[in-house]
Design a protein around this ligand. Structure first.
Ligand SMILES: [Fe+2]
Ligand SMILES: [Fe+2]
Length: 234
């Protein structure tokens, strides 16, 4: 199984660069264009099947029936939308903070999210399915939410990252239950994403993220539910 490869993190995600606010907004626009145009490339290799799952005999295994293939495509489209939103959120939150160390932490997580974006995009194509038609809308909405969280201060912004990543981790765990057993390739991708999201949550908590109030967490869950339900079909 091969995924997209190459050193292609957007300029704004590369280490050691001092940039003005205008430069950072330009880089943010570059990230948006890459995210929405399907031009993202993974730096890490596509994950291998998880223990207990047999290596697939083909990109689309013979044992994966038409119905299961459609289900896999729908679930991977939802996960791809989640990664589109992750790019928007991290971009906006990195733009909002004045702390260079926090900006770098956000950029580091965002680079791993680019891998997720590229893996899910490639897998969608392999399954003969397509990304969500509403991706520009998801990106724009998530960017505004990220900016709002960032403006509430770094500890709230980090708390928002902690809660978002935890909810995504739970969501991915549910997908590991739902993805067809025969689709080891998709399952491997989701398993690695789940591990990465958990690490992002821990890093944000260790950096000082506060626990968000229960009503905010519930509202985030409700918003995510709208997105995942819609993206399943659109
Ligand atoms: Fe992700
Ligand atoms: Fe993440």
């Amino acid at each position: 199984m091969s995924g997209k490869r190459g050193l292609s993190a957007p300029i704004g995600y590369r280490f050691g660069m001092e940039m003005s606010l205008v430069d950072r907004w330009i880089c943010g626009a570059e990230v948006a264009l890459r995210t929405l145009s399907g031009g993202s490339r993974a730096e890490r290799a596509t994950p291998l099947p998880v223990p207990g799952d047999a290596a697939p005999d083909a990109v689309v295994p013979a044992g994966l029936g038409a119905e299961d293939k459609r289900l896999s495509g729908a679930l991977m489209r939802v996960n791809h939308v989640g990664e589109v939103c992750a790019q928007a959120l991290y971009q906006a939150q990195a733009l909002a903070t004045k702390d260079p160390a926090l900006r770098e932490q956000m950029a580091h997580a965002a680079r791993e999210e680019i891998d997720h974006l590229a893996w899910t995009e490639t897998r969608l194509a392999e399954l003969g399915d397509r990304p969500s038609l509403l991706n520009p809308l998801w990106y724009g909405g998530a960017f505004m939410i990220g900016l709002a969280a960032g403006r509430l201060g770094d500890r709230v912004s980090l708390g928002f990252v902690v809660e978002t990543e935890r909810q995504v981790e739970q969501h991915l765990a549910s997908h590991l239950d739902r993805l067809p057993a025969a689709d080891a390739a998709s399952r491997a991708i989701v398993a690695q994403m789940k591990a990465d999201e958990a690490a992002h949550a821990v890093a944000a908590q260790n950096a000082g993220g506060i626990e968000l109030p229960a009503p905010i967490r519930a509202a985030m869950r409700a918003a995510a539910k709208v997105m995942t339900t819609t993206a399943h079909y659109l």
